[in-house]
Design a binder for this molecule. Sequence first.
Ligand code: SF4
Length: 83
Amino acid sequence: MSVWTGRGAARLRVDFIACDGRGLCAEALPELISLDDWGFPIVTGEPVPPRRLADARETVRACPMLALRLEYGPGPASRPQQA
Ligand code: SF4
């Protein structure tokens, strides 16, 4: 389930050029962010659940490299279906 924020569903995105791969975000949001073998974050691209949106915003603010952000867009029901 996604939450209507006025701007659409919120999804986590990572700027891998800026990210230092230390994994602070994965420690803060383990159910939304995992780490690859090199310690870089893996996000699903799915909308952040409403109950975790405040924590996701705080984790974005805490990223020391400003590499994590929330993007707002259509929810899953609005995505085009693939054949
Ligand atoms: S907290 Fe920021 S810099 Fe650290 S791993 Fe996550 S996205 Fe990268």
